[in-house]
Design a binder for this molecule. Structure first.
Ligand SMILES: C[S@@+](CC[C@H](N)C(=O)[O-])C[C@H]1O[C@@H](n2cnc3c(N)ncnc32)[C@H](O)[C@@H]1O
Length: 344
C-alpha cells in the first residue's frame, strides 16, 4: 500500500472511533511541542529582538545571535514556515506578529511570558515522575528574586493584553473606591482600574512587588496605587474595602487554603463589597475547556497544592462565607471572572 493510502485508511478508521480525532490529528498533537519549542528557543536566543526591524542574511543572524550558521539557519527556516519570519532573496525579517509581540522593545512584547512557558518545559519533562510519585511543590528556583522578577514581568505581559477585557465587567462606584488587589503581581489590573476610576485607591499585596512598584511609578499612579510585601494567607491588608480582586491566585492553592484566602477577603470587605475572582475556570465535567484542564495538570507539578477549579467549587466556598449575587462572565478561552457580593 502507498504511504498516502495508508494515511487515508488510518484517518478513515479514526473517524469511526468514539470521537472525531483522526490519525493525522493525533500525530500533530503528539508532535505539537516541536512548533512550540522552535518559538521558545528562538525567544531564548533573542532572535526576534536581535532581528528587530532589520533584514539579515543567515551569516549576519548567526553572528548577532552568537550561534552556528547551520543551527540558526535550520531554526530560521522553520520559523519562516511558522509565519514568524519572512524570507525573501536570502534576507530574513520578523513577520508582523513577531514584530508586535516578540521584539522586547515593542510595547506589546510577550518575551518574558515566553520565557515562563519555556521554564514550564522542565515541569512537563518531570510530569511522569510526579504523576507516579506525587507533588514535589515549588522548585527552589521559583523562590529566587530573579525568578520572581521575571515571573512578575511575564504576568504583566499577559495581564496587560487582557486588562481591557478583564476590567470592563468590573463595575465600581464612581465615588472614592478602596480596592485591594490580592496577589496582584505586577499590579497590571490595579493600574488599569486606577486609569479608569479617577478616585480609586488600590493596595497591591504580593510576596514580590518590585516590578509592580516600577510600573506604578511609570504610570504616575504612585499616589493612588500602593504596594505591600506580604503573604496573602497571613498578612492583614486592612478592612472596609469596596472591592477585592483575586486574579490568578486561587489556582496556586488547595481547597483549605482557598477557603482561608476567601475568608480573609470577606474580612477585608465592607458589607455589600464585591470580590472578583479571575481564573482559568473548569466546567463541571473538569475536562473542558481543555486549556484549563491542561493548566490544572501543570499546577500539579508547579505548585504544592494548586489546580484549576470549577465555577461551582469557588461559588461553594464563597456561599459558605456569606457571599451571594454571583455573576459569571467568560472572558477568553477558559479565563473568566466570578463576581460575588458580601451579603452581611
Ligand atoms: C499568577 S500570578 C497573578 C498576578 C496578578 N494577580 C495577575 O493576574 O496578573 C500569582 C501571584 O500571586 C503571588 N502569590 C502567590 N502566593 C502568594 C502568597 N502566599 N502570598 C503573596 N503573594 C502570593 C505571586 O507572587 C504572583 O504575583
Amino acid at each position: 500500500m502507498l504511504a498516502s493510502q495508508s494515511w487515508l485508511h488510518l484517518d478513515a478508521f479514526s473517524h469511526r472511533s468514539s470521537n472525531s480525532m483522526t490519525y493525522s490529528d493525533l500525530i500533530r498533537l503528539a508532535n505539537g511541542y516541536a512548533e512550540s519549542k522552535a518559538l521558545l528557543v528562538a525567544n531564548e536566543l533573542g532572535l526576534f529582538t536581535i532581528l528587530g526591524k532589520r533584514a539579515l542574511r543567515i551569516d549576519g543572524l548567526a553572528k548577532a545571535c552568537r550561534t552556528t550558521e547551520e543551527g540558526i539557519g535550520l531554526l530560521a527556516n522553520a520559523l519562516v514556515g511558522l509565519d514568524l519570519l519572512t524570507l525573501r532573496a536570502g534576507l530574513y525579517r520578523n513577520s508582523p506578529v513577531a514584530r508586535t509581540f516578540l521584539d522586547v522593545r515593542s510595547a506589546s512584547s510577550i518575551t518574558h511570558l515566553l520565557w515562563l512557558l519555556n521554564h514550564h518545559w522542565s515541569d512537563w519533562m518531570d510530569m511522569a515522575r510526579a504523576i507516579r510519585r506525587g507533588r514535589t511543590g515549588w522548585a527552589p528556583i521559583t523562590k529566587s528574586r530573579e525568578f520572581r522578577r521575571k515571573f512578575a514581568l511575564a504576568m504583566h505581559e499577559r495581564s496587560f493584553v487582557l486588562a481591557p477585557l478583564i476590567i470592563a465587567p468590573i463595575r465600581l462606584p464612581r465615588r472614592a473606591v478602596r480596592f485591594l488587589d490580592l496577589g496582584g503581581g505586577a499590579g497590571s489590573y490595579s493600574i488599569a482600574l486606577a486609569q479608569r476610576y479617577s478616585k480609586l485607591t488600590s493596595l497591591v499585596l504580593d510576596q514580590s512587588v518590585s516590578v509592580a512598584r516600577s510600573l506604578i511609578v511609570r504610570a504616575r499612579l504612585h499616589d493612588r496605587v500602593t504596594v505591600r510585601v506580604g503573604n496573602v494567607l497571613t498578612t492583614q491588608p486592612g478592612i472596609d474595602y469596596d472591592a477585592v480582586l483575586v486574579s490568578n491566585l486561587v489556582h496556586d492553592f488547595d481547597g483549605p487554603d482557598n477557603r482561608r484566602l476567601l475568608g480573609r477577603v470577606r474580612h477585608a470587605l465592607r458589607p455589600g463589597g464585591k470580590v472578583f475572582v479571575v481564573e482559568f475556570f473548569l466546567d463541571e465535567n473538569r475536562t473542558t475547556p481543555v486549556d484549563a484542564a491542561l493548566f490544572s495538570l501543570l499546577m500539579y507539578r508547579f505548585t504544592p497544592g494548586g489546580r484549576s477549579y470549577t465555577w461551582i467549587e469557588v461559588e461553594g466556598w464563597l456561599k459558605k462565607l456569606g457571599f451571594g449575587r454571583f455573576k459569571r462572565r467568560k472572558i477568553w478561552g477558559s479565563i473568566g471572572i466570578l463576581e460575588a457580593t458580601r451579603l452581611k
